[in-house]
Design a protein around this ligand. Structure first.
Ligand code: COA
Length: 320
C-alpha cells in the first residue's frame, strides 16, 4: 500500500515581538490577565515588507532543506491560510513562483485555524491516489493584518508566522489517518467579513470577531471527541501516542484535551507562550520546533489536532 511520510519540517517567525506589556499602554488589559486566561506572553508580528507568502517561502525553504529535496521536485503545494496575500491568485500560486517549484497544482485551503490539518488531509489523499509524489503543505498567517487593535477580545491572542512540511510517497507507514469535520451553524461565533466592501454585512468592518467564551466551550468538547475518533480509527490506545501537537489557541483548552488523553504536559508540544495563536501556522510551527530540538524522533507517534472558525476541526495521526 502507498504510504505518505513527512520527510522535512520548517518554520518561520517574523523578527518583531509584541509582548503583553506592550498592550497595556493602548488597551484596557494587563499582562497578568492575558497570561492567566490564555497562557500567552508574547507574539511575533509581520514587518511592513513581509507577506503571508514571504513567510511561507521561508518556512518552505527550511522544510525542503530538511527533506533534502529541490523545489523543482515538488508537484503539489497546498497552503492553509485565512490571511492570503491576495483574494486570488492563491498564496500557493505566489509561493510556487517564488520557490521555482514544478507546475503541479497549487491552491489554498481556507479552514481558519484548522487550515494546516485540512491541507495535510487533502495532500495525504492526493498522494495516496497517486496524484502527486512530493508535496509542500503549509500553514501561514498574517493575522496582524486582519485584527482590530482596539478590540482586546481578539488582538492580544493572535500572532503571525508560517510552518511547513514536505510530504513524500513512501513504502513505510507515515500519516496513519487524517480526520476533518465542519459545522457551519457556529459561523457567527468566530468570523471575518468579506474584505470586498459590497459583500460585507451592513456597517460592519472586515476585522476578526470572536465570541471567545462560546468558542472555548465548543472547542474543548469537540477536540476531546476527535482525539477518541482518531485513536479508534487506528485501533490504538491513548498510551500509544508519544506526542500531542495541539492547535495553540489557549493553554486551558490544551490542558483539558491533554487531560482527557491522559497525556502528561511534558508530552504536549507548546508554543503558545512565545508565539500566541498563529491560526493555521500553529500546528506545523510546533511540529517543526519539536523535531528540531530533538524531542520528536523518527518512529514517534504524533497526534495533531486543530479547531477554528466555521467551526472546522480536524486531526492527523502520524508515525514520524
Ligand atoms: N484584557 C482584560 N479583560 C479582557 C480582555 C483582555 N484582553 N479580553 C476580554 N476581557 C474581559 C471581557 O470583556 C469580559 O469582561 P466583562 O465580564 O466585563 O464582560 C471578561 O474579560 C471575561 O471575558 P470572557 O470572554 O468570558 O473571558 P474568557 O475567560 O472566556 O477568556 C478568551 C477569553 C478569548 C481568552 C477565551 O474565551 C478563549 O481563549 N476562547 C477560545 C479561543 C479559541 O479557541 N479560538 C478558536 C480557535 S482560533
Amino acid at each position: 500500500m502507498l504510504n505518505v511520510k513527512i520527510t522535512g519540517t520548517g518554520g518561520y517567525l517574523p523578527e518583531k515581538i509584541v509582548t503583553n506589556k506592550d498592550f497595556e499602554s493602548t488597551l484596557d488589559t494587563t499582562d497578568e490577565w492575558i497570561y492567566a486566561r490564555t497562557g500567552i506572553k508574547q507574539r511575533h508580528v509581520i514587518a511592513k515588507h513581509e507577506t503571508t507568502s514571504s513567510m511561507a517561502e521561508m518556512a518552505a525553504n527550511n522544510a525542503l532543506e530538511a527533506a533534502n529535496i529541490d523545489a523543482s521536485e515538488i508537484d503539489l503545494i497546498i497552503v492553509g491560510t485565512s490571511s492570503p496575500d491576495r483574494v486570488f491568485p492563491s498564496t500557493a500560486c505566489i509561493l510556487q513562483h517564488k520557490l521555482g517549484a514544478g507546475n503541479g497544482p497549487a491552491f489554498d485551503v481556507q479552514a481558519a485555524c484548522s487550515g494546516f490539518i485540512y491541507a495535510l488531509g487533502i495532500a495525504h489523499q492526493f498522494i495516496k491516489s497517486s496524484g502527486a509524489k512530493k508535496a509542500l503543505v503549509i500553514g501561514a498567517e498574517a493575522n496582524s493584518r486582519i485584527l482590530d487593535y482596539t478590540d482586546r477580545n481578539t488582538c492580544v491572542i493572535f500572532g503571525d508566522g508560517a510552518g511547513a512540511v514536505v510530504l513524500e510517497a513512501a513504502d513505510e507507514p507515515g500519516i496513519l489517518s487524517t480526520h476533518m469535520h465542519a459545522d457551519g451553524q457556529y459561523q457567527d461565533l468566530l468570523y471575518i467579513n468579506n474584505p470586498i466592501k459590497d459583500q460585507r454585512a451592513d456597517g460592519e468592518n472586515s476585522y476578526m470577531t470572536m465570541h471567545g467564551n462560546d468558542v472555548y466551550k465548543v472547542a474543548v468538547k469537540t477536540l476531546s471527541r476527535i482525539v477518541d475518533e482518531t485513536l479508534e480509527a487506528n485501533g490504538l490506545a491513548k498510551s500509544d501516542v508519544d506526542w500531542l501537537i495541539p492547535h495553540q489557541a489557549n493553554i486551558r483548552i490544551i490542558s483539558s484535551v491533554a487531560k482527557k488523553l491522559k497525556m502528561p504536559m511534558e508530552r504536549v508540544i507548546l508554543t503558545i507562550e512565545n508565539q500566541g495563536n498563529t491560526s493555521a501556522a500553529s500546528v506545523p510551527l510546533a511540529l517543526d520546533l519539536a523535531v528540531r530540538d530533538g524531542r520528536i524522533k523518527k518512529g514517534d507517534m504524533v497526534l495533531m489536532e486543530a479547531f477554528g472558525g466555521g467551526f472546522v476541526w480536524g486531526s492527523a495521526l502520524v508515525k514520524m
